[in-house]
Design a binder for this molecule. Structure first.
Ligand SMILES: NC(=O)c1ccc[n+]([C@@H]2O[C@H](COP(=O)([O-])OP(=O)(O)OC[C@H]3O[C@@H](n4cnc5c(N)ncnc54)[C@H](O)[C@@H]3O)[C@@H](O)[C@H]2O)c1
Ligand SMILES: O=P(O)(O)OC[C@H](O)CO
Length: 333
C-alpha cells in the first residue's frame, strides 16, 4: 500500500475542508472519502462538490474513491483521518474492528469528547481499538472550514508523540494557504480544542444577552486561564498556552462569525431552548456535548472552572442564562 494514502471519514464542513487541503497539496497521494449520506456521495460523484457543506468548493477526488462503505474506505489507506463530530464517532465506527485499524495511523480532526466514555479521541482510539499513542495524531488550531474554502491564510497544529510522523502528515496538507506547526502535546492540544468550544458557547450566550466587547474580552482572558488550569491538571508538561493551538483557537472561535459554538450560544442567550437552537443549525456545536463530559471528568480533578460550570448549568440544568452569567461575572477578574 502506498504510504501517502488517506481515508477521510466524515461528510461535514471540516471533512470537506480537509479533503480540499489534501487535494491542493502538491505531494502525490491517494485520497479516499467516506460519508454516510448516499445522496451526498451521488452528488459529489456527478458534480464534484459537497451539496451540504462548503458547496462552492470543487473537490478533486476520483469518483471511485468516494463511498458510503467505511470498511472498504479504511482498508485502502495508511492514514485514517477522523472527522465526524465526537457524539457520532462510535456510531460511524460501529462496524470497524481493531483488526481493520491495525498498522494504520489515526489522525483526529475532531474537537470533542466521546460521550458516555468521557474520553478524548486519542484515548478512545487507544482504549477501544488498541492504537498505540505513537500512531495517533491530532489536527488542531484556529481554522474555520469556511476560510479554508476561501483559501484564506490559516495555521494548523499537527500533534503526535511521534513528531516525525506529525511532520510527515503536515507535509501532506501544507499549501499556499495552509501553514503547519508540529507539536508533541497530544493531550493539551485535544483538551484545549474541546474547552475552547465551551468558551465559545459562553461567548455566544453573553453576546445574545447583550454584553459588550469589554466584557467579552474579560471572559476570554479568564477562559484561557481556566483552560491552562485544566490542561495542567490533566497532563502537566511544559507548554505555552499562548500558542495558536490553544489561545489562537480560543480567539477564533469566540469571536468569529463562522463559529458554530458561538452561534449556538448566541441563540441560547437570546432565549432559544437547546433543542430549538440545535434544530436551527445544520451544523454541530461540539461544546454542548463536551461541557457535560467535562463536568464528569472534572469530578476527578476538581479544577476551578467557573465558565464551564455556568455553561453546564444553563444547558443541562435549565438555569437562566441571564442569572448564571451575572453570577459568573462576579467570579471573573
Ligand atoms: N467546521 C470547522 O471549521 C471545524 C474546524 C476544526 C475542527 N472541526 C471539528 O470537526 C468535527 C466535525 O465538525 P464539522 O464542523 O465538520 O461538522 P458540521 O457541523 O459542518 O457538520 C455536521 C456533521 O455531523 C454529521 N452528523 C449530524 N448528525 C449526525 C448523526 N445523527 N449521525 C452521524 N453524523 C451526524 C453530519 O453528517 C456532518 O458531517 C467536529 O469535531 C468539529 O469540532 C470543525
Ligand atoms: O468555531 P467553531 O465553533 O465553528 O469551531 C470550529 C473550529 O474548531 C475553529 O478552529
Amino acid at each position: 500500500m502506498n504510504n501517502n494514502t488517506i481515508a477521510v471519514i466524515g461528510g461535514g464542513s471540516w471533512a470537506t475542508a480537509n479533503v480540499k487541503m489534501l487535494a491542493d497539496n502538491s505531494t502525490p497521494k491517494d485520497i479516499y472519502w467516506w460519508m454516510r449520506d448516499e445522496q451526498a456521495v451521488d452528488h459529489l460523484v456527478r458534480f464534484g462538490h459537497n451539496p451540504n457543506y462548503l458547496s462552492s468548493v470543487h473537490l478533486n477526488v476520483p469518483a471511485e474513491n468516494i463511498s458510503t462503505d467505511i470498511k472498504q474506505t479504511i482498508a485502502k489507506a495508511k492514514f485514517v483521518l477522523l472527522n465526524v463530530p465526537a457524539a457520532f464517532l462510535k456510531d460511524a465506527l460501529k462496524n470497524i474492528t481493531p483488526e481493520d485499524l491495525k498498522g494504520k495511523k489515526i489522525v483526529s480532526a475532531i474537537k470533542g469528547i466521546v460521550p458516555d466514555e468521557n474520553l478524548i479521541i486519542g484515548e478512545f482510539m487507544n482504549q477501544r481499538y488498541g492504537i498505540p499513542f505513537t500512531d495517533l495524531l491530532v489536527i488542531s488550531g484556529p481554522c474555520h472550514a469556511e476560510e479554508v474554502a476561501l483559501e484564506k491564510l490559516s495555521y494548523l497544529t499537527i500533534a503526535s508523540p511521534d513528531t516525525d510522523l506529525a511532520a510527515r502528515f503536515a507535509s501532506l496538507i501544507n499549501t499556499r494557504y495552509i501553514k503547519t506547526v508540529v507539536s508533541d502535546d497530544i493531550y493539551g492540544t485535544e483538551y484545549g480544542a474541546v474547552l475552547k468550544n465551551v468558551y465559545a458557547v459562553a461567548s455566544g450566550i453573553c453576546h445574545g444577552l447583550g454584553y459588550g466587547d469589554n466584557f467579552q474580552a474579560v471572559l476570554i482572558s479568564n477562559a484561557i486561564r481556566e483552560m491552562e488550569r485544566f490542561v495542567e491538571a490533566i497532563h502537566p508538561i511544559e507548554r505555552d498556552i499562548k500558542e495558536s493551538a490553544y489561545l489562537g483557537d480560543l480567539m477564533v472561535t469566540a469571536y468569529s462569525q463562522f463559529s458554530r459554538n458561538r452561534t449556538f450560544g448566541n441563540m441560547i442567550g437570546k432565549g432559544y431552548t437547546v433543542t430549538s437552537a440545535q434544530l436551527e443549525m445544520n451544523m454541530v456545536a461540539e461544546g454542548y456535548y463536551a461541557v457535560n463530559c467535562l463536568q464528569q471528568i472534572n469530578k476527578q480533578y476538581n479544577v476551578f472552572m467557573p465558565i464551564c460550570e455556568a455553561v453546564y448549568a444553563i444547558l443541562y440544568q435549565k438555569r437562566s442564562p441571564r442569572t448564571e452569567m451575572k453570577l459568573l461575572a462576579e467570579n471573573l477578574s
